[in-house]
Design a protein around this ligand. Structure first.
Ligand code: GTP
Ligand code: SPV
Ligand code: MN
Length: 597
């Protein structure tokens, strides 16, 4: 019980519906987390890792059907379908609630219902949002304790009268009297519902225990409900990293970056610049909330307190800060287990072991055809454990943003870097962002390029056309010199043998160097039909061993490819029904420039 009547009443109501054996109020302490991990180990749903190799760390394996976000089962339940728009699944709120009421009836039988009070953003930030998640998944509690400010302090604020967003979650696997539990309970696909009620600011999620489906502070609250609040209140809730960058002269820049799921936000947020004299620090790796300050600039906070990062591909060579972060006190999900009791995944340091236990618990021998770690296997770790965390990452007023990057996995056409002419053109670049779909979502389209405006396609809580109009309106609220400059980037261009043309990772600092010099007006750009591109001699490529002609390829504007791109963008815009006139004008202007060139 709490001192908030509204909260007690809701908890009681849900308990009556779901009939758990017990109700437990989370305090967010480390002892609590340890206890829950111990219980999970005892019940066979988690494995303690070798405490000498990976102290205080644990491995969970999900059900093979429950490994990523489920966009097909994600719903925006606004009053009208038009409000949800052409890119979201929609259901009438009353209809959805009736379905969910039936599903949740008795659904926590044999389990404990955990009450998780939490705060997205620093507890004392005016930008933060309080919420309470009810769940029957100890795995969710353990992860929410890392990813959010969870427990006593958040509860105290709610008791003092702070509004909270109710977030109901259940795995959908009740236990009958005497029934044995399974390591990862969840419901079959057709019974999963990740549902959002933007008008009443509620979240109800049934049937999945994984990531964004179940850790409701993240995509559901901070992005889908967050974007709906942001639209109403005149701010931005975005799928973006926040990077603090200091150049060799000691000047500081803050940069946000919108890249779709598993497309490089965590890596850029933790970049170790290959250029000497540069310092990069992490403010956030997945979500940015940006509000206007009194000075007319946009200030960003990271609403999360941890990283839920892609394990695969992470190594000391590609992301040393992530590797150091996960060296202890880390929760791993769906990665492989070594014979020594440590974790393993694709491209981690060292030779491939002869034998592993794969993410499903099966023996795996070197040379076996399948991947021992799931490509969407992840680590959950407190932001404070990251060696590159910025000392001001929890500043309640946020950090002033100088530039916004938008980038996707585009094997061709899109150059390494392209500066927008102005805010509207930048919003245009964001609106047409395309990227190959990754394993962060359960989909039969993995590997195919899809349009993903500002990396928010699966996360906008309202009509995508209105979302883009909101971006334009944000630009109208301030002046050109105060707004961040918008750049498109592409680390993922490939040659004809499918190899990446650009080395990426730490060498992305070479692009950041050019961007910051553009911000300072120190360097001229080449005006092209598609935007402002660097002169090759203005990119610092010292120490890079690139094949002759690669830079030209990375920066080429291929007219034939762009004709196809134009047609594809028109098609994409047509599907959006409510695309703002100003973006249509941008598209027409691009077509004219390409025809004149
Ligand atoms: P979410 O957490 O799903 O939102 O993803 P994210 O955008 O934070 O993606 P992340 O940084 O975890 O990167 C995902 C994958 O992209 C990893 O396998 C990385 O190794 C790979 N990657 C990241 N940066 C680069 C880069 O600059 N070049 C190349 N080639 N690959 C990269
Ligand atoms: C993403 O898919 O963009 C993620 C992982 O960051 S999840 O939390 O599962 O949404
Ligand atoms: Mn993400």
């Amino acid at each position: 019980m709490s001192k908030s009547e509204a909260l007690n009443k809701w908890v009681e109501e849900i308990a009556q519906l779901t009939t758990p054996d017990a109700i437990y109020w989370c305090d967010g302490s480390l002892e609590e987390r340890e206890r829950l991990i111990d219980e999970a180990v005892r019940k066979g749903s988690a494995i303690r890792l070798n405490s000498e190799l990976r102290p205080s760390s644990v491995l969970f394996r999900s059900d093979p059907s429950d490994v990523a976000r489920v966009e097909d089962r994600t719903f925006i339940c606004s009053k009208t379908q038009e409000e949800a728009g052409p890119t979201n699944n929609w259901m009438d709120p009353q209809e959805m609630k009736a379905i969910l009421r039936d599903l949740f009836k008795g659904s926590m039988k044999g389990r404990t219902m955990y009450v998780i009070p939490f705060c997205m953003g620093p507890i004392d930030s005016p930008m933060s949002i309080f919420a309470v998640q009810l769940t029957d998944s100890p795995y969710v509690v353990i992860n929410m304790g890392i990813m959010t400010r969870m427990g006593t302090e958040a509860l105290r604020k709610i008791e003092e009268g702070a509004e909270f967003v109710p977030c109901l979650h259940g795995v959908g696997y009740p236990l009958e009297e005497g029934q044995q539990d399974i390591p990862w309970p969840c419901a079959p696909m057709e019974k999963k519902y990740i549902s959002h009620f933007p008008e009443t600011r509620e979240i109800i999620s049934f049937g999945s225990g994984y990531g964004g489906n179940a850790l409701l502070g993240k995509k559901c609250l901070a992005l889908r409900i967050g974007s709906s609040i942001a639209r109403e209140k005149g701010w931005l809730a975005e799928h973006m990293l926040i990077l603090k960058l200091t150049n060799p002269q000691g000047e500081v820049f803050y940069i946000c970056g919108a890249f779709p799921s598993a497309t490089g936000k965590t890596n850029l947020a933790m970049i170790q610049p290959s250029l000497p004299g540069w310092k990069a620090e992490t403010v956030g790796d997945d979500i940015a909330w940006m509000h206007f300050g009194e000075d007319g600039r946009l200030y960003a906070i990271n609403p999360e307190s941890g990283f839920f990062g892609v394990a695969s591909g992470t190594s000391t060579a590609s992301n040393p800060n992530a590797m150091a972060s996960v060296s202890h006190d880390t929760v791993f999900t769906n990665v492989a287990l070594t014979d020594e009791g440590d974790v393993w995944w694709e491209d981690i340091d060292g030779p491939v072991p002869e034998h592993l236990i794969d993410w499903q618990g099966n023996d795996w021998h070197k040379g076996d055809a399948w991947k021992p770690a799931h490509p969407n296997g992840r680590f959950t770790v407190a932001a404070g454990q990251c060696p590159s965390i910025a000392d001001n990452w929890e500043d309640p007023k946020g950090v002033p943003i100088d530039a916004i990057l938008v980038g996707g996995r585009r094997p061709s056409t899109i150059p390494l870097v392209n500066e927008s002419f102005d805010w509207d053109h930048g919003v245009f670049l964001g609106s047409v962002l395309g990227s190959e779909v990754t394993a962060a979502v359960i989909s039969d389209k993995i590997g195919q390029v899809r349009r993903d405006p500002f990396a928010m396609l699966p996360f906008s809580g309202y009509n995508i056309g209105d979302y883009l109009a909101h971006w334009l309106e944000i630009g109208d609220k301030s002046s050109r010199e105060k707004l961040p400059k918008i750049f498109s980037v592409n680390w993922f261009r490939r040659d004809k043998d499918k190899n990446f043309l650009w080395p990426g990772f730490g060498d992305n600092s070479r692009v950041l160097d050019w961007i910051t010099r553009r911000l300072k007006g120190e360097v001229e750009a080449v005006e092209t039909p598609i935007g402002l591109l660097p002169k090759i001699e203005d990119l610092n490529l010292e120490g890079l061993d690139l094949r002759e002609g690669v830079m030209e390829e990375l920066l080429e504007v291929d007219k034939e490819a762009w004709k196809q791109e134009l047609a594809s963008i028109r098609n994409h815009y047509e599907g959006y029904e409510r695309i703002p006139r100003r973006l249509m004008d941008q598209l027409d202007a691009l077509e004219n420039r390409l025809n004149e060139a």
